[in-house]
Every structure is written in structure tokens, then in C-alpha cells.
Design a protein around this ligand. Structure first.
Ligand SMILES: Cc1cc2nc3c(=O)[nH]c(=O)nc-3n(C[C@H](O)[C@H](O)[C@H](O)COP(=O)(O)OP(=O)(O)OC[C@H]3O[C@@H](n4cnc5c(N)ncnc54)[C@H](O)[C@@H]3O)c2cc1C
Length: 730
């Protein structure tokens, strides 16, 4: 932060120095007169261009009024646009002309420019798009355009002040204006110092050369800085920065030691060394990593661990963020080679090995016209990791994955293979699902799938206080809504108040072939907006503006021809596509920062209280909140259940420093938010960082002791472990 501020200041100073060199010599009085008249001519043309393009935009909005949908009161918005453009066309040029003609009134310029800035901001903030694809969306884009114009005119208005101050001593009015626009404070001081000096003579050619000598390298330097920032903010990290790569054993630089006495049937892929998870905050020394591909190899691995008294942990895609998939000096069983599946299309049941990722499952189901019922919001995670935390996603009718599981095959630490379900070994089933891999290894699962369908995506902007009633009265139990989630604003002016509600429901149009799933586009743009959000409140404001106003126009929708005639911006998307998100946009190259998730569950009628408390806590701790989602979760009956009742989930995506200070800050925030959730009879989710206290854990998970008894019963040798268990359960 300090470095970039100093860098920015240095650039301004260099720019100021360049401009000073450029204009050091005083001017001929005639030159000034000539420059001003040229100036007026240009301004006239510029005003006309602005006026014509503005009129075209307004005409377009009015002409398309009917087609754009009648869900809003367009008259007010059109009037507002016309009023804004009038201000822009009439006031600014008039003011410029007067200022240039009579120096005394030049003070009006910054005032008008400030007015324009405020109006432009208002255009963006007040004129809400009332849903995607309607008139409001376009008004929103218009608002953004206003903002750009407003900011530019504001800077130009300010820039005029130094230019007018020195206009008696130099013919370089335009250059001074540009100088003042780009580096106002420096130009102003410079102009004030220079004002008293009499005009002199100079050699114009020499001045130009001097200016070029300074400006060209400066320009190159600034462009390089911008380019580097752009690349940093848009590029994915190398594997190492993302902390998940497993080193190649055969590599000459392999820092890991081979382990003696490991039987050939135990497929070790790493000996010694360390392991981490996706947060990059949990590097842990381990005994090694084994990657079994068959039931025999899995059984041999457990037998080897038992014989050596080595603790084992089970790992999927390692996207949990508190070391739930590994333990200090333990042997990690990487399940990702268990990734086969078959589908019973008669019964709509998928039999899938636990190491398969949801992406692989979706790629297999999509051509068969089938879709996953419950999974997380992103698809590189494994089925085993999902069942072991009882994850939930955006199908609000289904809720968490537990409700879709028909049965599981589980290998206990002694090598016994059991089939468990709600009816067969129900005690073990209740503890395995959501049991963080502590009772046994999930080998495979029979889970229900559903038909892939075409949905229409609707988006609306609501106040967060409206949500609980809206859900109960209009959405719950309504067949029009099959998937949903909400995003709360991260922008300072509407922080956690404004909510974008996304719902997916069946289309009314004729049935058309469902297009195959495809990778989301705009990954670099999404990464850029996330990274810009990490730069501070302005960045978070920009991210929210992009989601609110720009995203509806660039998201990957399929338009049905018939729908397109009646609703030009209808967004049709298949169920699989709606659930087909990678984590690519979240991967960042920025060093010394990482992003973490937290999730809180609160009774539905206490959500507003929770969000109010959350807003205060985040502000007090100056937390960098990049995203906040709302989900719907149903009561379940698991031993480690996070949903004691029907609840709303609030998912936070936060950025933090990777040093001890960053961790300590996040620890304070987490404990405060857990206290808040628990004071409202809520709970918190366990796949994330281990910042909570034992008391908080016990309060949220009252069956913890029962879980420990089951653990002792099914894993009497106690070899299965992980960092969560070591810290809280042991
Ligand atoms: C970007 C991101 C988005 C997320 N979105 C959501 C979301 O929308 N909803 C949600 O509920 N959660 C979400 N999560 C949390 C996620 O569901 C869990 O962290 C999940 O466990 C990750 O799966 P994984 O394959 O990476 O498991 P890992 O992190 O590898 O393991 C997680 C736990 O599962 C156990 N485990 C893994 N495989 C097995 C197995 N075969 N048998 C027994 N135990 C096993 C491990 O021992 C460990 O305790 C998200 C996480 C991230 C990073």
C-alpha cells in the first residue's frame, strides 16, 4: 500500500516536473490570444458532439421503451436522463465560454463540474435497475456512462483553475489545462508560484525537445506500471501460489525424502514434506501422501498406517480451509484417483466414487440430460469432500447433499467395508455425513440426480429486509423457482443493505434442445473485478457496480428465438450451466493476501438482525468483504448438524493478509461473528478456518460428545484424524 502510494506520488511529481520544464518560459501575449480562440472553436465542436450523442441515447431509450419491458416507471427515468443531459450540454459549454471570455467568472467551472459529478453519481446510485433485461438495466448502463462523463468533467473543471491562473504568462493554455486535469494539486501550486512572474521569451523548439525527453520515458514508465498491474490483477497464479500442487517425486529438485518399508501396494506419491490447502494458510509437515486407486490399495494403506501407528487423514480437493484434510506428521490419503461413476437412468441414481469432482460428474450427466441435485456453488470439489461436510448449494428446495444420498460405501480404519444409509446402519450414516472423514473413508455413494432443464434467470434488486417475507410468501413452495441465491452489496453506500436476488425457474417458451455445458467466459474480467475489490472501499464499490449494471449484459445466456421476440434480454440457461462454476476467477496472483470463506446459519426470522450485527462487526474490524451470499438451508438430522432448524445461510468471502496480523484480525472477527450468530440461535460452518473456541463449537454442535463416542466405536485404533479433530475434539 505504502509502496504504491509513494509510486503514485512519484509519478505525479515527475509529471509535474515535466510540465514545469515544458512551460518554464513565459509567453508572448499574442500567443495567448491565439490559443484561447482555438480553444473556443474546439469547445464548440466538442459540445455539439456531446449534445448529439446524448440526444441519440435518450431517443434510443424512449424509442425502445415498450420493448424494454413495462415493469418500471420509465417516464421518471427518461425525464431524469434528459435533465442530466441538458445540464451537461448547456451548463458546461456555457460556463466554459464565459470563463474563457471573462476571467472573473471562471470560478463557476469547478462548481458546475462538481454538480455534474454529483448528478452522475446519483444517476448510478439512485436509478436502480429493477431487474435484468428490462429498462432499468439500460438506465444503469446510462448511469455508468454519466459517471464517467461526470468524473471527466470534474477533473477538467478543476484542471482549468491552474490554466486560467497562469494564462497571462504563457500561451500554453491547453497544456496547462491538461497538466491541471492530470495533476491538479501540483499544477495549482505551480500556477500560484508562477503567477507573479512577467512573461519572457523562449525558443519553442528547445522547449518541445526538453519536454519530449522527459515525457516519453515517463509515459513509458507509467504504461509499464499500468500494464504490470493489469497483468497481476488478471493472471491466474502458478500452481505453487495456489498451494495445492503435489510435487513430482521424480523431480531432481524434489525436497521430499523417500520412506523406507512402504510396501509396493501402498502407492506413495510424496514422502515427507508439507501439504497445504486452498487458503495457503495451513502449511503442515506430513509423513507423506498416498493415492490409492483401488479398494485393495486403500485397505493396504490403512493396514500400513495401523501397523506403524501413523495417523491418517482423508483428502479430496483440499478446498476446506482449516486443515480438515490433513494432520501434523500424518499420512494423507488422497482420494482423487477414485473418480469412476455409472448412472442408472431408469431410477435417476448416480453411483460415484468419492474422489470424483463435481465437474467430472456434470460432464458425465450433461450429455444424458441429467443434472446434480445438490452440490456446492463451485465444481472442482470432490463428492467425498462434499458428503463429509454435508455441503449445500443453490437448489433451495433440495438443500444440503444429505437429503439426496441413497447409500454410501464406507471403509472403516480396520479395513471393513460397510454400506450405510438412513435405514441400514443409520447411526453410522448420521455421523459419516457431515463427519469430516473422522469415522471412515467414503469409498462411493449412490446419490439422486434429476433432469437437466432449461431455466429462465430472473434478477431483481431488493432491500435485504424484504427478503425473509418475500421468501416465505412468494418463493418457498412455488414451482416457479427452482434455484436461487442472493448477493448482498459490498459497496460502501449500500453495504449489506441492497440485495441482488437471482432466481431460476422453468421457461414458458417452447421446448428447445438444451445446449451442452461450457466453461464460463470472462474469467479474466471476473478476476480483475475481484482483485480490484481487494484494493479498498472504492474497489468494492466498483465490483458491486459491475455486478449490478454490467453483468446482466455480458453473462452467458442462451436466447430462445421466441422468447427473444417478447423479452429481448431474457436469460435462458440450463440447470447444469447454472451450477457449472469453476474457481478460476477466484485464483489470484496477488502476493501476501489470500481469500477465505466463512458461513453462518441463522433462523429465518433472525436474518435481518444478523445482517445488521454483521455490518457493524465488519466495519469495526475494517474487514475486506469481497462477496456476501444468502442461501436457503433446511433442518437436518445429522450428528454434526449445522441446521438445527430451517435457516438462511450467510456466506462471506473475505480477503486477508497472510501474515500473523492478518490471521489474528480474522480470528477476532470470526469469534465475534460466531457470538453474534449464536446469540440469535444460529450456528456456523466447520470446513473453514479454526478460529473459534471450544465453547463456541460446543454451543453450535450440541451432539459433539455423541459424535466422539461414535468415533471411538468405529475407529477404536484412533488412527483417523485431521487438524480440526486434533484442535477441538481430542
Ligand atoms: C471456493 C469455494 C466454494 C465453496 N462453496 C461452497 C458451497 O457453495 N456450499 C458449501 O456447503 N460449501 C462450500 N465450500 C466448502 C466446501 O464444500 C468444503 O470445503 C468441501 O469439503 C470441499 O471439498 P474437497 O473435495 O475440497 O474436500 P477436502 O477439503 O479435501 O476435505 C474436506 C473434508 O472432507 C473429508 N473427506 C474428503 N474426502 C473424503 C472421503 N472420500 N471420505 C471421507 N472423508 C472425506 C476430509 O477428511 C475433510 O475433513 C466451498 C469452498 C470453497 C473453497
Amino acid at each position: 500500500m505504502l509502496l504504491s502510494t509513494v509510486g503514485l506520488l512519484a509519478q505525479f511529481l515527475a509529471l509535474g516536473a515535466a510540465a514545469w520544464l515544458l512551460m518554464r518560459e513565459p509567453a508572448e501575449p499574442e500567443g495567448r490570444v491565439a490559443s484561447l480562440s482555438v480553444q473556443r472553436g474546439h469547445l464548440g465542436w466538442a459540445s455539439w458532439i456531446v449534445a448529439i450523442s446524448g440526444t441519440l441515447l435518450v431517443t434510443f431509450l424512449i424509442a425502445r421503451r415498450d420493448a424494454l419491458g413495462a415493469s418500471v416507471d420509465p417516464v421518471t427515468d427518461v425525464l431524469k436522463i434528459i435533465a442530466l443531459w441538458c445540464l451537461l450540454f448547456v451548463l458546461l459549454p456555457l460556463s466554459l465560454k464565459r470563463s474563457l471570455g471573462a476571467a472573473k467568472v471562471h470560478i463557476s467551472l469547478p462548481v458546475v463540474a462538481t454538480g455534474l459529478l454529483l448528478i452522475s453519481v446519483d444517476a448510478v446510485l439512485v436509478v436502480d435497475p429493477r431487474g435484468a433485461g428490462n429498462f432499468g438495466g439500460l438506465v444503469g448502463v446510462g448511469g455508468l456512462a454519466f459517471l464517467g462523463v461526470g468524473l471527466a468533467s470534474f477533473s477538467l473543471g478543476l484542471g482549468l483553475i491552474p490554466a486560467i491562473l497562469v494564462h497571462a504568462t504563457t500561451p500554453r493554455f491547453l497544456t496547462w489545462w491538461l497538466y491541471g486535469t492530470l495533476a491538479f494539486p501540483i499544477a495549482l501550486v505551480h500556477a500560484l508560484l508562477r503567477r507573479g512572474r512577467p512573461p519572457g521569451t523562449s525558443d519553442a523548439r528547445q522547449r518541445r525537445i526538453r519536454a519530449l525527453v522527459v515525457l516519453v520515458p515517463l509515459f513509458l514508465y507509467m504504461s509499464a506500471t499500468l500494464r504490470n498491474k493489469f497483468l497481476l490483477y488478471t493472471s491466474p497464479p502458478s500452481d505453487d501460489q495456489y498451494c495445492l500442487s503435489v510435487p513430482d517425486r521424480s523431480s531432481a529438485t524434489n525436497p521430499f525424502r523417500p520412506i523406507p518399508d512402504v510396501p509396493r501396494t501402498v502407492p506413495l506419491i510424496q514422502g515427507g514434506g508439507t501439504i497445504d490447502d486452498v487458503s495457503c494458510l495451513n502449511e503442515t509437515s506430513i509423513y507423506g501422501i498416498v493415492k490409492p486407486a483401488t479398494i485393495g490399495e486403500l485397505r493396504e494403506t490403512l493396514a500400513f498406517a495401523r501397523s506403524k501407528r501413523i495417523r491418517v487423514s482423508i483428502a479430496g480437493a483440499r478446498h476446506s480451509m482449516g486443515g480438515q484434510a490433513f494432520v501434523e506428521d500424518g499420512l494423507v490419503i488422497d482420494m482423487t484417483a477414485f473418480d469412476q461413476m455409472t448412472v442408472d437412468t431408469e431410477r435417476n441414481v448416480l453411483t460415484v466414487q468419492s474422489g470424483a469432482t463435481w465437474k467430472k460428474v456434470q460432464d458425465s450427466l450433461d450429455p444424458r440430460g441429467l443434472s446434480v441435485k445438490a452440490m456446492q456453488s463451485v465444481n472442482p470439489l470432490t463428492v467425498g469432500g462434499t458428503i463429509a461436510v454435508n455441503a449445500h448449494g443453490i437448489d433451495h428446495r433440495v438443500g444440503a447433499i444429505a437429503s439426496t444420498i441413497r447409500s454410501l460405501r464406507v471403509m472403516l480404519s480396520d479395513g471393513t467395508l460397510l454400506t450405510v444409509s438412513r435405514h441400514h446402519e443409520p447411526e453410522l450414516f448420521r455421523a459419516i455425513v457431515g463427519g469430516y472423514g473422522l469415522l471412515g473413508v467414503i469409498v462411493d455413494a449412490d446419490i439422486e440426480v434429476t433432469d437437466n432443464e432449461m431455466y429462465e434467470l430472473e434478477r431483481r434488486v431488493i432491500d435485504y429486509r424484504e427478503w425473509p417475507d418475500l421468501f416465505e410468501s412468494a418463493i418457498a413452495g412455488n414451482d416457479r423457482y427452482e434455484l436461487l441465491y442472493g448477493h448482498l452489496s459490498t459497496a460502501p453506500h449500500s453495504f449489506l443493505r441492497e440485495m441482488l436476488l437471482y432466481t431460476y425457474g422453468p421457461t414458458n417458451g417452447p421446448h428447445e434442445p438444451i445446449p451442452p455445458v461450457r466453461e464460463a467466459g470472462y474469467v479474466r474480467v471476473s478476476r480483475l473485478t475481484f482483485n480490484i475489490a481487494k484494493t479498498g472501499p472504492l474497489g468494492r464499490w466498483a465490483k458491486w457496480m459491475v455486478e449490478k449494471y454490467v453483468l446482466p449484459h455480458v453473462r452467458p445466456c442462451y436466447e430462445s428465438r421466441n422468447q427473444a421476440l417478447t423479452a429481448p434480454e431474457a436469460c435462458l440457461v440450463s440447470r447444469n450451466q447454472a451450477m457449472y462454476s469453476s474457481t478460476d476467477a477466484l485464483k489470484s496472483s496477488i502476493k501476501n493476501r489470500t481469500e477465505i470463506l466463512q458461513e453462518y446459519f441463522v433462523p429465518r426470522d433472525r436474518l435481518v438482525e444478523f445482517i445488521d450485527g454483521l455490518r457493524g462487526a465488519l466495519a469495526d474490524r475494517k474487514a475486506d468483504l469481497l462477496n456476501a451470499s444468502i442461501r436457503v438451508v433446511h433442518k437436518d438430522n445429522l450428528v454434526l448438524s449445522y441446521a438445527k432448524d430451517d435457516v438462511f445461510a450467510v456466506v462471506l468471502y473475505l480477503s486477508q493478509g497472510t501474515n500473523s496480523e492478518g490471521n489474528a484480525d480474522m480470528g477476532h472477527l470470526t469469534r465475534r461473528l460466531i457470538d453474534l450468530a449464536e446469540s440469535l440461535d444460529g450456528t456456523f460452518y466447520l470446513p473453514y478456518q479454526l478460529h473459534y473456541t471450544k465453547q463456541q463449537l460446543k454451543a453450535a454442535y450440541p451432539e459433539l460428545d455423541a459424535f466422539l463416542q461414535l468415533k471411538r466405536k468405529y475407529d477404536p485404533s484412533g488412527i483417523i484424524s485431521n487438524r480440526l479433530y486434533e484442535k477441538y475434539f481430542d
